[in-house]
Design a protein around this ligand. Structure first.
Ligand code: UDP
Ligand code: MG
Length: 317
């Protein structure tokens, strides 16, 4: 019987220092795994020599395939390209910086082979080495998104996952343009085992995230997987209208029964500015959803491939 195959998808953006270390460590781990492994390296428009590193790895090891984008399309697009082109019976996604330790793979594979689970996800149980403000926002984000959406996202969840073929096919079938993988993984369901591990620092190179890009990512997650902000906006509008109506009745009654002159320019201005602000805020929320509908409706490709050492890779996907 043929050996089963395993594809490792590795999104890389400016990882010239980390990639060789990653490759070495992965080869060490793969030696003990009874699968025919394939590395699928996705170069997400790196501006350093990442592509050269990939080419040299592919030259010395036929298990290495690479896909190189025409520009930087983001990690989500890189992962999607990986899923679309992964051929393995089992497929894993992991970062090139070894923050997703390849050494966990044997354990993940044995969990799937036991048959009880269709995918193994990982979460880091510590946030050592991370600024406290970021950890605080991250924890709040996970609590919020779990409350208001169908996407079941565990605190500290990483994109590092191992899954069966069927799960990969389901992910590929979700072809939306605005992708938030952590949400998609949860949304498709299946039996998922959560494997905890201690946070590992990046082995080389720089992280591509700062506080604001993470904040935008969190907003993306909420808007892609929940309509709660829209509902809040309309509830807020209704409550305000009701309050205004009651206040109007109160003022009319007071004028008719007691003949009070209406005073208070300052308080009126406050109310007007407050309501104006709330209106702009709610219109802004709607704008966020409309903007996403707009990008979806253009149905542009998720990524464009400039080159690859595999002829079967579609140039546009
Ligand atoms: N990455 C990517 N495209 C991007 C940004 C990042 O493919 O636009 C890759 C990056 O090379 C790495 C992974 O995504 O393999 C995670 O990135 P990073 O380590 O910067 O994120 P962090 O671990 O700090 O969350
Ligand atoms: Mg990292």
């Amino acid at each position: 019987m043929d050996r089963k195959t395993l594809t490792l998808i590795v999104p890389c953006y400016n990882e010239q220092e980390a990639l060789p270390l990653f490759y070495e460590e992965t080869c060490r781990v793969l030696k003990d795994i009874p699968y025919d492994a394939q590395l699928l390296l996705v170069n997400d428009g790196s501006t350093d020599d990442t592509l050269l590193v990939m080419k040299s790895l592919a030259g010395q090891d036929e298990r290495v395939r690479y896909i190189s984008f025409s520009r930087n399309f983001g990690k989500e697009a890189a992962m999607y390209a990986g899923f679309c082109n992964a051929k393995g019976d089992l497929v894993a996604v992991l970062d090139a910086d070894m923050q997703d330790p390849p050494a966990l793979l044997p354990e993940m594979i044995s969990i799937i082979e036991n048959g009880e689970y269709d995918s193994v996800a990982t979460r880091r149980v510590s946030r050592a080495g991370e600024p406290p403000v970021r950890s605080w926002f991250a924890r709040k984000f996970y609590r919020l998104i779990n409350k208001i959406s169908d996407a079941d996202i565990v605190d500290g969840a990483r994109d590092f996952r191992l899954m069966k073929r069927q799960v990969v096919d389901s992910i590929v079938a979700i072809g939306e343009y605005n992708r938030f993988s952590k949400g998609i993984f949860g949304w498709i369901g299946y039996r998922t085992y959560w494997l905890p591990f201690e946070n590992v620092e990046r082995v080389a190179g720089q992280t591509k995230w700062n506080f604001f890009s993470l904040f935008r990512y969190a907003i993306d997650g909420i808007i892609n997987f929940s309509e709660a902000p829209l509902n809040i906006a309309s509830w807020f509008g209704m409550v305000m209208t009701l309050m205004a109506f009651l206040f109007l009745v109160f003022i009319v009654v007071r004028r008719v029964c007691f003949g009070d002159p209406v005073a208070g320019w300052a308080s009126t201005m406050c109310v007007i500015i407050f309501i104006g602000g709330m209106q702009m805020f709610c219109v802004g929320i709607m704008g966020q959803y409309i903007a996403r509908t707009y990008t979806e409706s253009k149905s542009r490709p998720h990524y464009i491939v400039a080159e690859s050492n595999d002829d079967e890779v579609a140039k546009i996907g």
